[in-house]
Design a protein around this ligand. Structure first.
Ligand code: HEM
Length: 388
């Protein structure tokens, strides 16, 4: 792509040497095969991240992070600020869709074995981004200072307090004291709008740079084929990405307008514990697991701390997947790793369904697989049936 055709293009190029950058970006190609649909999922997550940053900055203009003012400022945003209700609703819906797409991106990267060398660092930065997204969700949940969020944060931070050795320190670090107070709220706000965005932007920069430098991988089953095809990222794949983002914007705007995010009642730290305390849906599988653990101790360690430590170890194992897979794979195949992945996804879906007492999480999982298969069918033409 030449900059001469863009207004001020050659002027800017002489000062910033952009053509070198465009040339670097222009080399990228995307493999074209029956699983190519998975390459849209990272871009989709990126789209929701951009929506979060944009709407979050707008919300910051009116939000007040204090126990006295937080709930009222959100009420003001929803009732008085022009389109405030829409911006808040988009921020909340987009947060949920971002977690969903990041999870589906992670799962598809896992099953297509895209973490294999040389993409170990792409995988690790991706895992860290996923943990940060969960932290965004946890810290943002408290900010409206409503009853449900207050008690869910109390229970969530109580859980951190059960961890052996460092639990008490973690509890005080998270809450900024012994109890959940206005101090906790301003601390969560600091994490939510400054520390987490800074870390996420840094990691995202590295993640995307690695993807650009290493190019896209192909699943092992496609790698072996002699007639592999690919398409240029600029402009062909980027236009398809753009089409997906416009579609996502339509879905997001419809959800936000038709189902505005509720605010609930203001938190009262002195009120008796709220019934039906529940965290966000993406923490539900852990919450349900903990609910099944009986009270009691073994060798001075609370039973409850065992699954908490196991979930922590699960996070470490997830980070190490590329290295564990390399140790297990025989001639490029690692069915054991795939089977463990299937069991983990089934566990997460099953526990979430159990926690809600309905099959919706299972249906959402199945619908996602069917939709991805349908997209594959419509966006891929086998060789000989027209060009990509
Ligand atoms: C904020 C969250 C994230 C964003 C915005 C993001 C963005 C992207 C983008 C745009 C791509 C290139 C297109 C694609 O393959 O879909 C990509 C590729 C990749 N991502 Fe992510 N990602 C995120 C989280 C994750 C997570 C949670 C993982 C896994 C733990 C991960 C692992 C990877 C890997 C290994 C690739 C290379 C795929 C290949 O070469 O086939 N990413 N990511």
């Amino acid at each position: 792509m030449s900059l001469d055709r863009v207004p001020f293009g050659s002027w800017l190029d002489r000062r910033l040497h952009l053509s070198g950058l465009l040339e670097f970006a222009g080399h990228k190609t995307v493999p074209h095969h029956r699983f190519s649909v998975v390459y849209y999922l990272g871009g989709m997550t990126l789209f929701f991240f951009v929506v979060q940053v944009t709407t979050g900055i707008l919300l910051m203009l009116y939000y007040r992070p204090s126990a006295e003012g937080a709930f009222e400022s959100v009420q003001f945003i929803m009732t008085t600020v022009p389109f405030g209700w829409l911006i808040r609703s988009i921020h909340s819906w987009s947060a949920n869709l971002m977690v969903f797409f990041a999870f589906v991106h992670l799962v598809t990267v896992f099953f297509t074995k895209a973490y294999r060398p040389p993409r170990e660092l792409t995988w690790i930065t991706g895992c860290l981004l996923f943990f940060l997204i969960m932290a965004f969700g946890f810290s943002g949940y408290l900010l409206p200072w409503n009853k449900l969020a207050f008690f869910a944060t109390k229970v969530g931070t109580d859980i951190a307090g059960v961890v052996p050795v460092v639990g008490e320190w973690m509890l005080r670090f998270l809450r900024g004291g012994e109890r959940v107070t206005g101090g906790t709220l301003s601390r969560f706000y600091g994490w939510h709008v400054a520390i987490l965005p800074a870390l996420a932007t840094l990691l995202l920069g590295v993640h995307l740079l690695l993807v650009q430098m290493q190019g896209m991988s192909s699943p092992p089953s496609e790698e072996a084929k002699p007639d592999r095809r690919s398409m240029k990222f600029f402009p062909h794949f980027a236009m398809r990405d753009l089409f997906g983002w416009i579609l996502a914007l339509g879905v997001l705007a419809s959800l936000a307008a038709l189902f505005p995010w509720e605010l609930g009642e203001k938190a009262d730290p002195f009120a008796p514990a709220y019934q039906n305390i529940r965290p966000e849906w993406y923490f539900m599988f852990m919450f349900q697991t903990l609910k099944l653990v009986p009270g009691g101790q073994i060798l001075g360690v609370e039973y409850e701390s065992i699954p908490i430590v196991l979930f922590g170890l699960g996070g470490v194992v997830l980070l190490l997947v590329p290295f564990l897979d390399r140790g297990i794979a025989v001639r490029g195949k690692s069915p054991v790793v795939t089977a463990i992945g299937v069991l983990a996804v089934l566990y997460i879906l099953g526990m979430t369904a159990w926690a809600y007492g309905n099959l919706i999480p299972i249906w959402v999982g199945l619908a996602t697989v069917v939709l991805l298969a349908l997209f594959s069918l419509f966006t891929y033409r086998p060789q000989g049936r027209g060009k990509p």
